[in-house]
Ligand binder design. Structure first.
Ligand SMILES: Cc1cc2nc3c(=O)[nH]c(=O)nc-3n(C[C@H](O)[C@H](O)[C@H](O)COP(=O)(O)OP(=O)(O)OC[C@H]3O[C@@H](n4cnc5c(N)ncnc54)[C@H](O)[C@@H]3O)c2cc1C
Length: 449
């Protein structure tokens, strides 16, 4: 018996919650391998809170740090379904092609993902076993005693419904966790009385950048302090320097406080050597020979790092000073953060979560709820004690998925993979295969019975 028998209930093979690049990832992997139509025939339910598939990248006023070509690659795959062929000639695709070997603005990437999402949405109509629920929020997930999973959903002005499936994929996007982070022993960032604070996900939006420009205009020499030393921190420094009032910034007025120097992406060893960038064998991706393929800063963040580090053939950037966080005592750090005109925490993302209940109706604490990695190497969601849920998967921003070397990851990389290309390729493949293995188990059991 499965959890609850409310007003309406429907059975599927898999339920995907969240129609952003993460949720679309396994579907786009299947599309590239000629498997999407048959998966639709098995029954997919896709739940998305907004009225469109494609995600939330459009709110950011910066450029992608992935090359345009990485977004377009799927369109040329051998198995790409006929129903999606028209995307190859879509005007937005043609616009994206101008950025094949450069970094497109994120609003354009978002437009493109919206076109891909709309084309996938149209495919639901031709598959009676599948259902698309737009303007619908998934409220909770319930593990059933018969090995299935139920998702309670609510559409606009609608009663709740329960969808049941063999497996579910949770792809709600990310959330920032800087409030829980320690700036120094005994000092949480949230305990500092910053004058103005915009976390990177707020700063990098169109509104956030407009606000930052006003703050810089009125800064009167006070520093702008960026806390963190990875992609978001350098993307934030680049974005701040593009603002109209950035010309008024003095030398060293933007301060990056980082625990360790960032890793930088290079297309090969020769490029890193030519740039006088020190690297180890463990920084080389075994599959592609790229330097820091997975963990290296790319795009405009990399450009500004090169200017700050005074690398060859670029104009040095003296408005940014880079300091080591550990050189500050807790008192000095508090003073620095409280005196700054603006503090920008750039401390990374964790998965957004939703309530998940076991078959006894007990709410589970997920590892993601306590700011840990949401998933294991098979993309299964983990409970706080590290146990994987058998048939609930996670994907998307902040999921904490650790790529393997076989996926083209440099051995020294310890971070998580947050990339649309990875969602549509290696990570999407892991989830698709796990879902199919579960569906096969069900079929075998049915035959045996
Ligand atoms: C500033 C920034 C720049 C980035 N740049 C790049 C880049 O250049 N290249 C790259 O590869 N990656 C980039 N990333 C990383 C990542 O690939 C993107 O953030 C990507 O959009 C993540 O997709 P997602 O599906 O996890 O999240 P989202 O795009 O946020 O999608 C989540 C979806 O879930 C829906 N949802 C949430 N809760 C519910 C619910 N309860 N019920 C139903 N639906 C729900 C939301 O409406 C949304 O549509 C960037 C991230 C950030 C923050």
């Amino acid at each position: 018996m499965c959890w609850a028998e409310p007003h309406s209930r429907r059975d599927f093979s898999s339920i995907v919650v969240g129609g952003g690049p993460g949720g679309l990832g396994p579907l786009l992997w299947a599309a590239q391998h000629g498997l999407l139509e048959s998966w639709f025939d098995q029954g997919i339910a896709l739940i998305e809170r907004t009225g469109r598939l494609g995600g939330t990248l459009g709110c950011y006023g910066i450029n992608s740090d992935s090359l345009g070509g990485s977004y377009l690659e799927c369109l040329g795959s051998a198995g790409w379904p006929t129903a999606l062929h028209h995307l190859r000639h879509d005007p937005v695709t043609l616009e994206m092609q101008r950025y094949q070997a450069s970094y497109p603005p994120l609003p354009l990437v978002n437009q493109y993902m919206g076109r891909v999402g709309a084309a996938v949405a149209d495919m639901f109509a031709g598959h009676a076993a599948s259902a698309l629920h737009l303007h619908t929020t998934a409220q909770s997930v319930h593990l059933c005693s018969d090995g299935r999973v139920a998702v309670v959903i609510q559409g606009q002005n609608d009663r709740t419904k329960t969808l049941v499936a063999r497996s579910a994929v949770i792809a709600l996007g990310g959330r920032q966790h800087w409030r829980d982070e320690m700036a120094a022993p005994d000092l949480k960032f949230v305990d500092c009385a910053a004058r103005q604070l915009l976390a990177s996900n707020e700063l990098l939006t169109h509104e956030g950048l407009a606000r930052a420009n006003e703050i810089i205009r009125d800064a009167a020499g006070r520093p702008i302090v960026i806390v963190g030393g990875a992609h978001s921190a350098y993307a934030a420094a680049w974005a701040l320097l593009q603002l109209p009032d950035a010309s008024s910034l003095k030398d060293g007025q933007i301060v990056i406080l980082q625990r360790r120097p960032p890793r930088i992406f290079y297309p090969d060893r020769a490029a890193a050597i030519a740039d006088d960038y020190p690297f180890e064998e463990g920084d080389i991706c075994v599959r592609t020979q790229r330097v820091n393929r997975m963990g290296g800063i790319r795009g405009h963040g990399r450009d500004i790092w090169r200017r700050i580090a005074r690398k060859p053939n670029v104009a040095p950037e003296s408005r940014v000073a880079v300091l080591a966080l550990q050189d500050f005592s807790p008192q000095q750090l508090r003073k620095t953060l409280e005196e700054a005109a603006l503090v920008v925490p750039c401390l990374g993302y964790r998965s957004a979560t939703m309530p998940i209940f076991d078959s006894n109706g007990q709410r589970l604490t997920l590892k993601a709820d306590i700011n840990g990695d949401a998933v294991d190497g098979d993309c299964r969601l983990l409970t706080a004690d590290g146990k994987p849920l058998p048939n609930v998967f996670g994907i998307g921003l902040g999921s904490g998925f650790r790529p393997t070397q076989a996926m083209g990851c440099e051995p020294n990389f310890r971070g998580q993979a947050n990339s649309l290309w990875m969602y549509q390729n290696d990570i999407g493949a892991v989830i698709y295969r796990e879902i199919q293995a579960l569906a096969d188990e069900k079929q075998t059991a049915a035959v045996a019975a």
